[in-house]
Design a protein around this ligand. Structure first.
Ligand SMILES: *Cc1c(COP(=O)(O)O)cnc(C)c1O
Length: 356
């Protein structure tokens, strides 16, 4: 039986994406070869690749003047490539949790990285009311904090180039791409399986590259000029991304996803807020729609392990919180259904009735 999957990443994928990939792994469109066996420069894969880029542009409404790349290396390699290419002297980082901390630490290797942080309260809120300096090369944000469970729900206006790690909320809501110079992320949270990284880069940003020796593979211009084919791209993960994009589009695109995501999150946050046993860990206005973090109230703390076992007996898996927060984290990405969330809510209510 299919489980209710709340894994933070790699995470749940839609049924059509899994089913169509399973077929293509055995035989791609009846050509007598697997998707894993065709040349990345052959006509079959080029058509798949072009369709993936076109769908991504359509679904996210990416304006003219941007390039879409599908690369290896994960979001973590982008943490290094961004300062390597664009940090002349000083960059500004919004430090909202584990991943953004890793990003600014890479920047510190190449220049000055100044930060505004919510570390003072274990990253349980998104800082507001600070001023972004004018004399910086770029401003880096992490729109959804996968581990801490906070999210920036708006697209910031800013005068300097804005670069966003959207690993865990890409495709979860409409985004005004024109406000960003670059958006990137690992696919394995909402877009596909592990192994491929997406980059949406404004072509004019390439004019601002630092004058230093950069290895060819780590230059954005290499990948833009070669349309992600400088070396062998992750063929199979890109196929799954295409299937995921087709599925998102068929359901009504990101506007519809956003509605469903809000409904799922409201259902689970309400169950947490109504409970006498469970309690949320972050400021309400900054709560993530994708990663819902909660813990047991102090007097029930010793029941944590019991609840994870109980939820698992109800087929709800992947709810153990990250070790830095503890408790529970239910990730409710696009492919998580409202029925999945309801199953978890039912398990929480039953557990509380039995144990409180
Ligand atoms: C998972 C995650 C990363 C790391 O991605 P990798 O592809 O594993 O390098 C970076 N940022 C955010 C917000 C994430 O959720």
């Amino acid at each position: 039986m299919r489980k209710h999957i709340f894994n933070a990443g790699p995470c749940v994928l839609s049924d059509p994406a899994r089913e169509n990939t399973a077929k293509a792994v055995l035989d791609l469109d009846g050509i007598g070869q697997s998707i894993m066996e065709v040349s990345h420069r052959g006509k079959e894969f080029i058509a798949i690749f072009d369709e993936t880029v076109a769908l991504f542009k359509e679904v996210l409404d990416i304006p003219e003047g941007y390039s879409v790349l599908f690369l290896g290396g994960g979001a973590s390699l982008q943490f290094a490539m961004i300062p390597y290419n664009f940090l002349h002297t000083k960059a500004f980082y919004l430090d909202t949790g584990t991943w953004s901390t890793k990003a600014y630490k890479e920047a510190q290797l190449y220049g000055e990285a100044i930060i505004v942080s919510s570390k003072d309260k274990n990253y349980s809120y998104i800082p507001k009311g600070y001023k972004v300096p004018d004399d910086i090369d770029y401003f880096h944000i992490t729109t959804n904090n996968t581990i801490k469970g906070t999210e920036i729900h708006v697209d910031y206006d800013c005068k300097v180039p804005l670069i966003a790690d959207m690993s865990s909320d890409i495709l979860s809501r409409p985004v005004d791409v024109a406000k960003y110079d670059m958006i990137y992320g690992g696919a394995q949270k909402n877009l596909g399986p592990a192994g491929v990284t997406f980059v949406i880069i404004k072509n004019s940003l390439l004019d601002k590259v630092v004058d230093r020796i950069i290895p060819t593979m780590l230059k954005y211009s290499t990948h833009v000029e070669n349309e992600s084919m400088f070396n062998t791209p992750p063929v199979l993960p890109i196929f799954v991304v295409r299937e995921t994009l087709k599925w998102v589009k068929s359901l009504g695109g990101v506007t519809e996803m956003y509605k469903l995501n809000k409904a799922k999150a409201e259902l689970l946050y309400k169950a947490i807020d109504d409970s006498n046993m469970f309690v949320g860990t972050v400021e309400k206005e900054d709560r993530s729609l994708m990663n819902i973090c909660f813990v047991m109230k102090e007097k029930y703390a010793e029941l944590e392990g019991e609840f994870i076992k109980f939820a698992s007996s109800k087929n709800c898996v992947g709810i153990k919180g990250h070790r830095s927060v503890g408790g529970f984290r239910a990730s409710t990405y696009n492919a998580t259904s409202i029925e999945d969330v309801q199953a978890l809510v039912d398990a929480m209510k039953e557990f509380e009735a039995n144990n409180a």
